[in-house]
Design a protein. Sequence first.
Length: 190
Amino acid sequence: MATNSHRTLNLLGAVVTGVHDQLASAVETAAGRSGALAAALAMAAQYEGLTMGTLQRFLGISRPATIRVVNLLEDEGLAVRRNLDDDRRTTSVVLTEAGHRDARRVLAARRSVLEQLLPESSKEERAVLDRLLERMLTTMITHPARGYEVCRLCDISICPPSRCPVETAVVAMEPDAPDGLLTVPNETST
C-alpha cells in the first residue's frame, strides 16, 4: 500500500524527469548543439580561463570526449584554446564573442524553463523550497567530482560559491582544497 511519503517521492520523480527533459530541450535548442556542447558554453562563459581538465569534470565525460567537444566549439568559431604555461601541459578554453552570445542564450533558456515552474509562489514558499533544494543538493554530492557535474548549467552569478550548497558539500569532503569549486591544484590536463 502506497503511503503519502511514497506519493511525495513519486511526485518528486515526475518533476525531476519533466524538468530534465524541458531543460535539455531548451538549452540544446538555444545552443543549436547537444547538451555537452551547451554546458561547455555555459561554463566557459562564466569561468575565465576554464581549463580542459575542469571542463572535463563539469561535463563528466572522458578526456577524449572533452577534446572532441572543444574541437567542435573551435570548428564553429565559438572557442579557442590557450596554453596557460610554458610547457603547454595546461590549456584553457576561451570563448569568442559568438561563443559568449550562444552561452547567454543557453543560460537564458535555462532560466526561462525554471521561471515557468514557480510563476505565482510566495516569498515564504520559495524560502521553504530553497531549504529543501539545498538539502537535496547536499545529499546528491557523494564525491567532489559530482559537484562539478551537478553545477554544469548553473548561473554562478545567482548562486556564487560563498552561498552554494554544492560548494559547501565539496569543501566539506576536501577541507584542504583551495576555496572555490573550480580551483583545481596542479591541474595538467590538456
